[in-house]
Design a protein around this ligand. Structure first.
Ligand code: RB5
Length: 148
């Protein structure tokens, strides 16, 4: 297994629908001792989720962060946008089990959450599973390599 948690910060970004949950997750991660790089958005003004997926993808692909959490209303749009970047493997999860397996089997480097479809406690469980689970490699490695 590879290391479960990198020394690099965990990068966060969301659109307007995800601001409240993102702040809650930021506090949760910081309370657990993780360094966080928060890329916004900052207010309730309507913004376009692909812009924030692009920002977060750039932070990971440039080596400023190892893993990230993206949030929009459903998690759908922002995960689609993130997965357009080669090297980003964004997993839209609604529970800790899928979040944990996205790390073990898919080496997901981005967790996408829907602020309007899951509660804050479930979201925090997803985040804990995501940052605390290592990639298994082995039989999964060739499959993940085919993702590009
Ligand atoms: C914004 O209203 C909403 O469409 C967005 O947050 C997201 O749910 C899109 O997938």
């Amino acid at each position: 297994m590879t290391d479960a948690v990198s020394a690099l910060p965990i990068v966060l970004a969301s659109d307007h629908a995800g601001v409240t949950l993102r702040r809650e997750i930021r506090g949760h991660l910081e309370a657990a001792g993780h360094a966080v790089l928060d890329l916004g958005t900052e207010g309730p003004e309507s913004v376009d989720y692909p812009d924030f997926a692009d920002r977060l993808a750039a932070a990971i692909l440039e080596g400023r962060a190892a893993r990230g959490v993206l949030i929009c209303g459903t998690g759908i749009g922002i995960s689609i946008a993130a997965n357009r970047h080669r090297g980003i493997r964004a997993a839209l999860c609604h529970d800790a089990t899928t979040s944990r397996l996205s790390r073990r089997h898919n080496d997901a480097n981005v967790l996408a959450l829907g602020a309007r479809v899951i509660g804050a406690e479930v979201a925090k469980d997803c985040v804990d599973a995501f940052v605390g689970t290592a990639y298994e490699g082995g039989r999964h490695a060739a499959r993940v390599a085919k993702l590009g």
